[in-house]
Design a protein. Structure first.
Length: 268
């Protein structure tokens, strides 16, 4: 599995491709050859720079909390069915895979926060509704994100485990009829590479491994997550507004925890 890829076996070339919007340009990487061969064997993955925009910092202020915004703008008549975020040089490169329902709209805007363990391409692979694959990447300078100490101590983290917050935003991000929201789940999302500052023992991996969001009972997206998502996972997204009913958030973690909360939707 990709989560066990050794960092020692992978190197980066020392040159870069032409600059791209939204962050530093992608750098050639043997890692991507390994990941793509394991994840999508025999598949053709095309350049998606005209459809996929990744907004990421060139140099992260905090390697454990690196903001990533992805905008997917397919051609008319096409829809993005799935998106995978990959932090190539992380010990578990697959940060998250999102599967989108039609109510997310034709153009998709989604933000989250990831850990970056070493200077790395952050790559997005989009699967279109016709099965074709597109990819784009940006290079982020950061290190130590997977082993950085947790923000909260264990007792505090466990006391708030699974609590959720939903925030609505007043201004639609794109076209009329679209709304924007942000969901946050309290969870330490331990990477398995952090050390307890008192016992000096490694903290076992413990993280949100799935999340689904529904609006009025209609699915918006489902997420499969890994250790590369930051502590207290946050996802900001746009969706098609169709009323002022209820938004439901469900999540599970790797210890079998199940979390659910329903929120009123903002119809403004």
């Amino acid at each position: 599995m990709l989560k066990g890829i050794s960092l020692c076996a992978i190197t980066l070339a020392a040159f870069a491709t032409p600059a791209a919007a939204g962050g530093a340009p992608e750098r050639p990487s043997e890692t991507w050859d390994i990941i793509s061969a394991e994840m999508w064997p025999d598949a053709v993955i095309s350049d998606g720079d005209t459809i996929i925009d990744i907004d990421a910092p060139k140099r992260a202020q905090d390697a454990a909390v690196v903001p990533i915004t992805v905008t997917l703008s397919p051609d008319a008549g096409r829809r993005v069915a799935q998106m995978t975020i990959i932090v190539e040089e992380n010990p578990a490169p697959i940060a998250a895979t999102f599967s989108f329902d039609e109510r997310m709209g034709e153009e998709i805007a989604l933000s989250t926060r990831v850990r970056v363990n070493a200077y790395s391409n952050v790559r997005v692979v989009a699967r279109m509704d016709d099965g074709s694959l597109l990819e784009a990447a940006r290079f982020v300078k950061a290190s130590g994100g997977c082993s950085a100490p947790a923000i909260k101590d264990m007792d505090t983290a466990m006391a708030t485990l699974g609590r959720m917050k939903l925030r609505h935003f007043e201004r639609a991000p794109m076209s009329s009829g679209m709304a924007e929201a942000q969901v946050m789940v309290r969870h330490p999302n331990h990477s398995g590479f952090q050390v307890d500052q008192i016992s000096l023992l490694t903290i076992p991996a413990f993280y949100i491994d799935s999340m689904s969001v529904l609006a009025d009972g209609d699915p918006l997206f489902e997420m499969s997550g890994g250790i590369s998502l930051s502590e207290d996972p946050v996802i900001r997204f746009s969706y098609r507004q169709e009323g002022a009913g209820e938004m439901e958030v469900r999540a599970t973690d790797t210890r079998g925890g199940h979390y659910l909360k329903r929120f009123p939707m903002d119809a403004s």
